[in-house]
Ligand binder design. Structure first.
Ligand code: SAH
Ligand code: SF4
Ligand code: F3S
Length: 458
């Protein structure tokens, strides 16, 4: 094993943005133990796979990755070095000891609520394989250390902050209530302290995360229960924070106060990710989504009334048990009506322990595939049309990094579109007006709208 202070950890995250945030927190808890992050599995003393259980494919990926990691471990051991292997995240929570049975060479299986205990669990795992999937009484958030300013800077000017975790909604297809547990909201004071530290290290944009982020109801600074809207108003007052995003929202919790914020708080970005899953009332009801298609369409109307240029994105599941052609047409019709700026769409994947998995009316794979292709073609056309409509407009871009060409910088528009442009001296963390001139393959292309073209291209 390498000397203390010189150990390397490789963390790979699958799944949602909360896993990305969790991976950073794990790196932060390991840093005082002498671990520095590496992007190379082969040179890692410690490998952490931060897994996702949402669909079968996501969960199965872990086992093929564990096979590759095992090879690396053998090579390292042949060279006299060691490697500890950790499975964290939602597969760890859902499958627990089963992982040790299915995959050889795993030292520790740890669920999302125990990351603060990583150092002691790793020490214990040197003696024998350990599984920890408890939901401990103490909150990991109270025990997890914060990143140093240096690490925060390396991670960039846009940061994730978990404000709410877990879910009590129990949609009939979904594993999250089982893998992340019951809904818990962090107190506003802890969130604001974390964001102030991020801002002091150069962060200008925060994305507030939660499985049901708009169901946030944490303890406020005044001791009262705060809604997400109240929390966001206060976050906007943190010096240095210019942009605020939040994800993922549930239509049931989209209250008037939050909608109004989109119209009257400048830091609130004009982007809303609001999963609908299906456009059919029968399917929405079978999914236990607790709202109908008209309610969803009404919310979108209200949000657009507050902020006409808002970009709306969503998640869709096709081939939920019992979904007929007519149900699927309702989904296509809803998509036509709303006009999305982006979306994730999936074939229904039966998940162990969820009610819909036992439903006898499973939709054949071929039908799911055909529906998904049709839906994705429509969503893709909408995305292209949305981006094309930006050409000719000037948008504020938060500069995130250097581009591929010399002098080029890359950042995000308020609508979450990647924009590449001739930097003209713009620095990472600047927010600059960029005139969008063309559509690139992966981003919009533009030029600075605030300086002369000669200087911009010099
Ligand atoms: N909390 C969010 C979504 C969490 S999971 C919400 O309530 O909308 C992210 C997305 O994965 C879901 O929106 C859904 O579209 C998809 N998903 C979840 N379970 C799935 C399953 N069993 N099969 C296919 N897609 C699924
Ligand atoms: Fe899953 Fe539904 Fe909860 Fe979202 S609201 S995490 S889809 S159970
Ligand atoms: Fe996956 Fe867990 Fe996130 S199942 S989507 S990593 S909450």
């Amino acid at each position: 094993m390498a000397q203390d202070g010189n150990r390397k950890v490789y963390v790979k995250s699958y799944g949602c943005q909360m896993n990305v945030y969790d991976a950073q927190r794990m790196a932060d808890v390991l840093a005082p133990e002498g671990y520095v992050e590496t992007g190379e599995v082969g040179e890692a003393d410690l490998v952490v796979l931060n897994t996702c259980h949402i669909r079968e494919k996501a969960a199965e990926k872990v086992y093929s990755e564990l096979g590759r990691v095992r090879e690396m471990r053998r090579e390292r051991e042949a060279g006299g070095a060691g490697m500890q292997v950790v499975v964290a995240g939602c597969v760890a929570q859902a499958e627990g000891p089963e992982i040790l049975r299915r995959a050889k060479g795993v030292d520790l299986v740890v669920g999302p609520q125990s990351y603060h205990r990583l150092p002691e669990l790793l020490a214990e795992a040197r003696r024998r394989p350990v599984v920890d999937t408890e939901f401990p009484a103490e909150s990991k958030f109270d025990a997890l250390p914060q990143a140093t300013p240096e690490r925060t800077r390396q991670r960039g000017v846009s940061a994730f902050v978990t404000v709410q975790e877990g879910c009590d909604k129990f949609c009939t297809f979904c594993v999250v209530p089982y893998t992340r547990g019951a809904e818990v909201s962090r107190p506003a004071a802890a969130i604001l302290t974390e964001i102030a530290r991020l801002a002091a290290a150069g962060v200008r944009e925060v994305s507030l995360l939660g499985q049901n982020v708009n169901g946030y109801h944490g303890e406020g600074l005044d001791g009262a229960d705060w809604s997400l809207a109240r929390l966001i108003r206060r976050v906007a007052e943190v010096p240095g924070i210019d942009r605020i995003r939040y994800t993922t929202s549930h239509p049931r919790d989209m209250d008037g106060e939050l909608i109004a914020l989109h119209g009257d708080l400048p830091a609130m970005m004009p982007y809303l990710h609001l999963p609908v899953q299906s456009g059919s009332d029968a399917i929405l009801s079978a999914m236990n989504r607790k709202h109908g298609r008209d309610e969803y369409l009404r919310i979108i109307d209200q949000v657009r009334a507050a902020r006409p240029d808002i970009a709306v994105s969503s998640d869709f599941i096709v081939g939920f048990p019992g979904e007929t052609d007519a149900d699927f047409r309702d989904t296509m019709d809803l998509v036509e009506r709303v006009g999305f700026a982006g979306a994730f769409s999936f074939k229904y994947s039966p998940r162990p322990g969820t009610p819909a998995a036992d439903n006898a009316a499973q939709v054949p794979e071929g039908v799911k595939a055909a529906r998904l292709a049709e839906l994705q073609a429509l969503l893709d056309r909408q995305l292209k049309a949305y981006n094309a409509a930006t050409v000719g407009r000037t948008v504020d871009v938060l500069v995130e990094k250097a581009g591929r060409h010399p002098g080029q910088m890359v950042g995000k528009s308020p609508y979450l579109q990647p924009v590449a442009f001739e930097g003209g001296g713009a620095q990472i963390g600047d927010i600059v007006p960029v005139r969008v001139t063309a559509l690139g393959t992966y981003s919009l292309l533009g030029e600075r709208a605030d300086i002369e073209p000669e200087r911009a291209t010099a």
